[in-house]
Design a protein around this ligand. Structure first.
Ligand code: 5GP
Length: 183
């Protein structure tokens, strides 16, 4: 049963990763395995199974992501070619809700002009100003979201840190007790 659940989730989540903007968060909780022919009960995913599968899928997606320097899904979000839930925007940065939130508040903050910053490891001295603006924007977002008392800012850099989109971004996470050390 656990294996079947895990495998079904892998398929469902793989399809989300292929079309990441097509399914909103928690969309899976409305699905039923009945439509897959395997179960008739409503989908009540075991949190442990879902966590394991979600983690391995994020790792798999990150391992298969390559820093080509080419356009990413975030270019479409900046151009407003695909919808996103924008929470803050100025002339330099854009902040929007993560499609796969890992906390009650999970916002991504990106530079509107990537300027070779596919990942933090590519930063040069000339990027100092935008890096500061991104960090300051995380404080503005935390204030707007009511989490200034406790929030976390994360940058995943490269495959070993599970970076899956090669356009520098800060994750702002909050709204629950954060754990340490992180996974
Ligand atoms: P990374 O794994 O590279 O640190 O973070 C990339 C983040 O982008 C992930 O948390 C993922 O959920 C999010 N993401 C990927 N595609 C989309 C999308 O189309 N819309 C939104 N809002 N978030 C996305």
């Amino acid at each position: 049963m656990a294996a079947a659940l895990a495998s079904s989730f892998s398929l469902l989540r793989a399809s989300r990763l292929a079309r990441p903007y097509a399914i909103r968060n928690n969309a899976l909780s409305h699905l039923s395995f009945g439509s897959l022919g395997a179960f008739s009960a409503p989908l009540r995913p075991n949190r442990f199974v879902r966590h394991i599968t979600a983690s391995s899928n994020e790792e798999a997606a990150a391992k298969s992501a390559v820093d080509t320097g080419g356009p990413t899904i975030f270019d479409k979000i900046i151009a407003k070619e695909i919808p996103s839930d924008i929470v803050y925007e100025d002339d330099k940065v854009l902040a929007f809700r993560d499609i796969n939130p890992q906390a009650p508040v999970h916002i991504l903050i990106i530079p509107k002009l990537r300027d070779d910053l596919t990942q933090l490891a590519k930063a040069e001295a000339r990027h100092g100003e935008i890096l500061g603006q991104l960090l300051y924007a995380s404080k503005i977002v935390a204030d707007k979201e009511g989490i200034a008392e406790g929030f976390r800012v994360v940058i995943n850099n490269g495959p070993d840190a599970c970076q899956s989109v090669y356009h520098l971004h800060l994750h702002v996470l909050g709204g629950r007790q954060m754990k340490w050390p992180p996974g």
